[in-house]
Design a protein around this ligand. Structure first.
Ligand code: URA
Length: 216
């Protein structure tokens, strides 16, 4: 069986609503930040359906014993926000994954060459190969930063098939790069937009997600 990149656009009204708020150029930074948090929450909710490891057991209710499913505490869960803009989605993701560890990676793209470079990496040398990873990166544009983040994870033992990416807007160049390099990976995004402008911004997109989240 050949694995292929899967890209899901969950048809949820709350995701559509918060995307519309985030896209609107008139949305002030404080509301944009809330929109990112809500998108982080609902995209994570969708992304972890078949990703969270569970164990089957039984519990004793006040009346009888019955089957019960718990989250398996032995499988490591990791959230990787790509700084800076990925921090906007992190808070919402953490509300659903309170026990996950967070490993920050800071990637910045050169505005002229559009090449990504890494200025911060808090990942360990090696991860447990069973680790489930959720990456938060709101804008999958040229694919430079997400490809670099994936390379840093996979060289430390992370299995792309156990990795999920949540993004707010994705564009074809990033999805094509991910698809060629990481079949088996799954992306959850609020929308797939048409393409990029000459500065590498997604059109229509929502502008610079980091600037709008932090108001700087
Ligand atoms: N990063 C952003 O913040 N916005 C884009 O449109 C592309 C990359």
């Amino acid at each position: 069986m050949t694995l292929q990149l899967r890209v899901y656009v969950p048809p949820h009204p709350l995701i559509k609503h918060w995307l519309a708020v985030a896209r609107d150029a008139a949305t002030p930074s404080v509301l944009f930040k809330s929109a990112m948090k809500e998108l982080g929450r609902w995209l994570t909710y969708e992304a972890i359906r078949d990703w969270l490891p569970t164990i089957e057991t039984t519990v004793q209710t006040p009346l009888a014993e019955c089957p019960a499913t718990f989250i398996n505490p032995e499988v490591p869960l990791v959230v990787v926000p790509i700084l800076r803009a990925g921090l906007g989605l992190l808070e919402g993701a953490q509300t659903l994954l309170p026990l996950a560890s967070t490993y920050h990676i800071g990637l910045v793209r050169n505005e002229e060459t559009l090449e990504a470079s890494c200025y911060l990496n808090k990942m360990p040398e090696q991860f447990n190969p069973q680790t489930r990873v959720l990456i938060t990166d709101p804008m999958l544009a040229t694919g430079g930063t997400i490809m670099m983040a994936m390379a840093e994870l996979t060289k430390r033992g992370i299995d792309p098939a156990l990795t999920r990416i949540i993004s707010v807007v994705a564009a074809p160049p990033a999805l094509q790069k991910l698809s060629s390099a990481y079949p088996g990976l799954i992306v959850y995004t609020a929308m797939i937009d048409e393409g990029l402008n000459s500065q590498g911004y997604i059109v229509p997109g929502l502008g610079d997600a980091g600037d709008r989240t932090f108001g700087t």
